[in-house]
Design a protein around this ligand. Structure first.
Ligand SMILES: [Zn+2]
Length: 352
């Protein structure tokens, strides 16, 4: 049984912006129902930081123009300036699926890291990430995982990752996705696997199945596409427009069929259109997987995505000390409010 725990605290002060009138700020401490990590929901924070979240269009255009020169991922350079796989791994040196071009990562975050270059265009606005662009990247990642499974089966913990634009940690502007694979789980995956096992032993059911059953009836539920269900998490990890997706009944990435990948690609594209509508231009996504050599009944493949600050002269970042070093979660508005805004946006679109 899923327990959604929250406690409300308030702080009173005399506000200089309102002629020193007494004002109350509300802090909602929410416990993640799986990991028990705290996330603080701070009412009014979105309004306070919103001026940093949209991009300065002139500065963004300048960044795009400057980085287009000699961009290794643009079509005129991609054959000569990106690494190749060893011939024994991929005979042709690289993998091509639709518009996606898969190459090894020159300096990746894990011992087996690749990049899926997603488009021939150097820059895409968030509303231009069509499902097909994302799906081609996923399909390329799957081909790579299958090849890796044949040649190096001990490397069994993959994660798909997007960092888009410098505010999201990307050194290259050109749209791309990373597949990181290593012999040990990433920390959050390890924690989720351990906690999911514990939950299943205690409750004799899967946390992920229980979560979906409960959340389908809640304000936080967004939509279902194929076997993928989309929601706003009760206690966000980072909380900047954070959205979660769960692929029900699939515990690792090679278990996903094209229908499930398509559900993920379509959902990402919808949420990115919402981010675009809100004025954002940068984002991160992670897709977490259990070990690829066994099916786990107690764990489901799941995704988190967040928007990041805009490209601005102030170089504002939302990686401040509390989430980055103290490991606490923080959200700038109530998850239920965010879900309401996303659903309102999607309702007005004919394909949703
Ligand atoms: Zn480029």
């Amino acid at each position: 049984m899923i327990i959604f725990q929250k406690t409300e605290k308030t702080s009173k002060m005399l506000n200089p912006l309102k002629n020193f009138m007494e004002e109350t700020v509300t802090f909602e401490y929410r416990t993640d129902p799986l990991t028990e990590r705290n996330s603080t929901i701070i009412g009014g924070m979105l309004g306070y930081v919103s001026k940093f979240l949209t991009s300065d269009q002139d500065l963004l255009n300048l960044l795009v123009e400057k980085t287009r020169i000699n961009c290794p991922f643009c079509p005129e350079n991609v054959q000569t300036k990106t690494p190749m796989f060893q011939r024994s791994f991929v005979k042709e040196g690289r993998i091509t699926i639709g518009d996606a071009f898969i190459v090894p990562n020159l300096l990746g975050h894990a011992e087996r890291s690749i990049l899926a270059i997603l488009s021939k265009q150097h820059h895409l606005q968030l509303k231009e990430f069509a499902p097909k662009i994302i799906l081609d990247g996923f399909r390329g990642g799957v081909v790579y995982l299958k090849r890796l499974e044949e040649l190096d089966p001990v490397i069994r913990f993959p994660a798909f990752v997007f960092n888009y634009l410098p505010p999201a940690g990307s050194s290259i502007v050109h749209p791309h996705m990373q597949v990181l694979v290593r012999d040990r789980p990433f920390y959050l995956v390890k924690l989720m696997l351990e906690k999911s096992l514990k939950y299943s032993e205690k409750n004799d059911s899967s946390y992920w199945a229980d979560l979906l059953m409960t959340e389908r009836k809640s304000q936080r539920f967004l939509f279902r596409k194929n076997r993928v269900e989309w929601l706003v998490p009760f206690a966000p990890l980072r909380g900047m427009n954070e959205v979660q997706a769960v692929v029900q009944g699939r515990s690792h990435l090679p278990e996903l069929d094209d229908d499930a990948w398509s559900g993920l690609a379509e959902g990402i594209s919808r949420i990115l259109r919402f981010y675009d509508e809100e004025g954002y231009s940068s984002f991160n996504i992670i897709i977490m997987s259990g070990p690829t050599d066994e099916h786990l009944d107690y764990f489901d493949v799941n995704l988190r995505m967040i928007s990041r600050p805009g490209v601005r002269a102030e170089c504002f970042t939302d990686s401040w000390a509390l989430p980055y070093l103290l490991w606490d979660g923080e959200a700038v508005e109530q998850p239920e409010k965010l879900a309401g805004r996303i659903k309102k946006f999607l309702l007005n679109r004919e394909d949703s």
